[in-house]
Design a protein around this ligand. Sequence first.
Ligand code: S5P
Length: 260
Amino acid sequence: MDYSKQTYQERAEQTPNALTKRLFSLMAEKKTNLCLSIDVTTVKEILALADKLGPYICVLKTHVDIIEDFTYSFTQSLLELAIKHNFLIFEDRKFADIGNTVKSQYGGGIYRIADWASITNCHTLPGPGIIDGLRSIGKSRGNGLLLLAEMSSADNLFSSEYTHKTVALALENRDFVFGFISQHKLTDKADFVYMTPGVNLSTNSDSLGQTYNTPETAVGVNGADVIIVGRAIYNSPDPVSCAVKYRNAGWNAYSLRTSR
Ligand code: S5P
């Protein structure tokens, strides 16, 4: 079965995973596969952008440790916006330590990520213990985990063997792992969610090794389900019309893919 030709709605109906179901349903309802990567550094900017762009996105991705004036109450305001506009919150924490350490990093500290971000991600370099540690905090809260299987940065050290082993780990942990951060759709064996960063319509790189594809390549050719877009939107003079442009480009690529 080639899942990339199925609609989000069909995949929502088939999956036993509640988080995947919720994500695909809201994508189908809002007609968007756009995740906004909101890498700005003040609470005021994040909340203002999230409120303006919320109607056009399915997921809001944060880097909570770059916020200069973080307080825990910020996360509650973000959750209110997530309810108001019907999007999911993804803390892009890229955990990479042993199970026991990531438990504290995910559930504790000043951020208490597991309490407000229904999605987070991790590297698989430490082996399966990292997934077990994160699961012990996140699963009972209904959260889900994405594995980093490929990266967008030039000359990264992800080998195809590492990617294959990461896919195998995902297949063994489907009760908590619901997808990947990747540049390609990686398997037809299961209904995972593929989120792809490194998406830009006007440039193919930055000065620090980031590389970009268009939404058409990411979704239409490489099989992404969700495009992750950051600077192209939040640095634009008109973020709302820019978000609409990316939302339409991502949705058109998906519509073409599923109608072929
Ligand atoms: O391979 C990756 C994985 C991630 S999660 N490449 C990435 O760029 N990211 C994240 O996506 C990165 O940390 C940043 O938050 C976002 C891309 O931002 P942009 O401004 O380049 O669109």
